[in-house]
Design a protein around this ligand. Sequence first.
Ligand code: ZN
Length: 374
Amino acid sequence: MIDALDLTQALLRADSVTPAHGAVFDIAETALTAQGFRVDRFVTGDMPDGPVENMIAVRGDTGPHLAFAGHLDVVPPGPGWTGSPWSGEIRSGLLYGRGAVDMKGSVAAFIAAAARAPAAGTLSLLLTGDEEGPAIHGTRAIMDRMAERSIRPDLCLVGEPTSAQRLGDTIKIGRRGSVNIWIDVPGRQGHVAYPHLADNPIRPLVAALAELNGLVLDRGNDWFQASNLEVTDLHVGNAATNVIPAHAAARLSIRFNDEQRGDDLVARVRAIVERHAPAATVTGRVSGEAFLTPPGALSTLVGNAITARTGLIPELSTTGGTSDARFLSRLCPVVEFGLVNATMHQVDEAVAVDDLHALTDIYDGVITRAFAAG
Ligand SMILES: [Zn+2]
């Protein structure tokens, strides 16, 4: 048997700021091989701070295949912690450490739940060391490797910390997409007293932004709020009071629902900007498309496991930032459920010890139900 608390403490004591590799994977591997998992560890790329390691662990080859996806890397702790961010110490029922809720605690809970699981199906753990960073060498590399080896889950649970106030109050069944757009409008520099000899780029930029601010992208739908465009930066950098500047720039961020696609939004913004400023350059970068696993068998199964342990009926949500579930949703139905996210990425990140044990029971319930459903 594996205790979720002991395993979380061991994982927390291994510093694993993105890109994660080495010790933190050694700890997971030891716990998984002891339970009969076949562990495949591989390095997929180098980042400035070191290599990215990933792991695919599989047990069984028949029956329904449930995959659990997570990450062993963490964001930097930053200054101001009460104790060491790598101590894994318990004070007043709370276990402290960077990654306690996001998401070493849920990885440990799933491994502990797997130790109790029946042999009636197939379990896999997909663990990356590059989720909090650029996520270039992480989950997408794992999916390439799964394709090469014909590893195909039927259902996927991502262990991100989705609970808001109490463990079990929220499941995520989708996420909004995200695109950032940079606008640069060239003009012609000149003296403010001789505007006919210059071309002020601020006029067309402000007119374009006014139109963009008034844009209604959509009205949302049953599962998503309306898509939203925010102007996040305006930059001219003109130090002189008597100079018309040569350039004006702005940046936008759009969080969008499943009625939109990132590239279409960039094209739409470009068309509006170019109408006001034909010489403008508009550059977009899509960091993730929206996805939705429509409420159904998987969300019901996870919800039932939560209700059985906590008495709560979880809300099905699509709020928050992007997650690696956006990649995994191409493989099979995917939902996200994990610990209370109140302290994630914060100083003194902590998980309630009781929640770790309750999450282990819930994951146990998910595995049992997934195997029975096959
Ligand atoms: Zn996370």
